[in-house]
Write a protein that binds this ligand. Structure first.
Ligand SMILES: [Zn+2]
Length: 69
C-alpha cells in the first residue's frame, strides 16, 4: 500500500523509507484502514516504495491478495 499512519498522520511510502533510514529502526507505522502494524519496504525490482502489513490481515482491503475473489 502506498500510505500508512505514523504519529497520527498519513504519510507516503517514500516518507516512510526516509524516516526509517533516519531513525535506523522499525517505526510504528499503522495501516490507514485496519490500524494494524505495518512496515515500510524500499523500492526494489519493479516494486515502488510501499508499506506492507506485518501480519496477514484478510479483512483489510489494502492487503495484496494473491487472487481476486
Ligand atoms: Zn490494513
Amino acid at each position: 500500500m502506498k500510505q500508512a499512519r505514523y504519529q497520527g498522520k498519513v504519510i507516503e511510502a517514500a516518507e516512510g523509507v526516509d524516516l526509517k533510514e533516519r531513525h535506523g529502526s522499525q517505526l510504528d507505522f499503522r495501516c490507514v484502514e485496519c490500524g494494524t502494524p505495518a512496515r515500510v519496504e524500499r523500492a526494489g525490482g519493479h516494486m515502488p516504495d510501499r508499506f506492507e502489513h506485518l501480519e496477514r490481515n484478510d479483512h483489510c482491503s489494502l492487503v495484496h491478495r494473491r487472487r481476486a475473489t
